[in-house]
Ligand binder design. Structure first.
Ligand SMILES: [Zn+2]
Length: 364
């Protein structure tokens, strides 16, 4: 019986293979990106490698750079030099074996020359990691597709297209359903795709796009969905082991704003409660857990503005309620993983964010 059921399931998945590529037509909007990009030209990212932490701190002192590119408010004038990766945090390329430290510096053409000379004089390497940041941004902007206008992963898609993709998966793939778990400040739907092939006792949550400008994040989450539903037999063991919950776009308002108005937009788009305050909250500083304890600001214009109070943001409330009130009380399934995709680096961050101490059951 179980065998017959499995064959039926397999057949359904096999016949639904590649449906993504034959799916209904989607429009892909062309965005005039020129006004959405930060006003930079010819800026590069230079990487240097230091032997140890002391040398790193020494160089930090010498360079005396005050801001990270990530913290630059969209309204700020982009200065000539920024940290590309915050040197106070571990760099993903740092090696435990050799104990070396990497530093990535964003610099204008003029400053880049100065840095290179300085590094050379100190016998340090200076590799150009990105030779033109502006050109790289331009390359990543949504493109008009000439022949095909379907959901693809060679282009960054709009929030509307992503949500239509989720609905299409739910329509065409057995055991997949969608649910709107809430709405954003601008009224966009927060859509979760659920995939439950095996009534597994464990649930797995994956969300993306909490930070608007990190476009690769929703693209990766939708790619995982596509891979799961069009290559079921290849991923059967992992798919069957969990009940899956995907929220590719946690901050669709910010995402759309970053596509159409300001490429560097990071926060939500909720209006400020303070008179004359800036729009938006960093949703990833808005959770009601150690709110405002570390790496957060009460300046409404800051890129890490934590909001007027914890969980002021509709998307944060929607996820909190769904996870704590709907998923957690269930007796048939236990939520065992909660993943959030960010960019840019290939790093793995595990709790906690506010202390270097590890939580109970960290080893699991
Ligand atoms: Zn992020």
């Amino acid at each position: 019986m179980a065998n017959a059921w499995f064959h039926h399931l397999l057949l359904v998945f096999v016949t639904s293979c590649n449906w993504v590529y034959q799916a209904d037509a989607y429009e892909i909007e062309f965005v005039d990106y020129s006004s959405t990009l930060p006003r930079i030209h010819g800026h590069t990212v230079i990487r240097t490698v230091l032997e140890n932490a002391e040398k790193k701190f020494e160089l930090m002192k010498t360079l005396n750079i005050s801001k990270c590119f990530d913290d630059v408010d969209s309204k700020d004038k982009v200065e000539e030099i920024h940290w590309w990766h915050d040197p106070r945090r571990p760099h993903p390329e740092d090696s435990i074996e050799t104990g070396n430290h990497h530093m990535d510096i964003f610099a204008s053409p003029r400053k880049a020359k100065e840095i290179q000379t300085l590094l050379k004089r100190s016998n340090l390497t200076a590799v150009t990691l990105i030779d033109d940041v502006h050109r790289l941004f331009k390359r990543g902007m949504p493109k008009k597709r000439r022949r095909s206008n379907r959901m693809t992963w060679t282009n960054y898609q709009s929030a509307a297209t992503i949500n239509r993709f989720l609905d299409l998966v739910a329509k065409k793939v057995p055991h997949a359903t969608t649910e709107v778990i809430g709405k954003t400040a601008e009224g966009r739907e927060l859509k979760v795709l659920k995939l439950n092939t095996n009534n597994a006792a464990k649930a797995f949550w994956i969300d993306g796009g909490i930070h608007a400008r990190e476009w690769i994040s929703p693209a990766v989450v939708t790619f995982i969905i596509k891979e799961f539903v069009s290559n079921y037999s290849r991923h059967k063991t992992v798919i069957d082991s969990y009940q899956w919950y995907f929220l590719p776009l946690m901050n669709p308002d910010g995402y759309e704003y970053s596509r159409t108005k300001d490429r560097m937009w990071r926060k939500t788009r909720s209006p400020s409660l303070r008179k004359g305050g800036c729009v938006g909250v960093d949703a990833n500083r808005n959770w009601n857990h150690k709110w405002m304890v570390v790496g957060a600001s009460q300046d409404t214009c800051s890129e890490v503005y934590a909001g007027p109070y914890p969980e002021s943001e509709k998307c944060v409330v929607a996820v909190r309620d769904y996870v704590l009130k709907r998923l957690k009380p269930r007796k048939d399934v236990q939520l065992v993983a909660f993943y959030t995709f960010h960019s840019y680096y290939q790093g793995w961050m595990s709790p906690w964010g506010w202390t270097s101490a590890t939580p109970q059951r960290h080893d699991e």
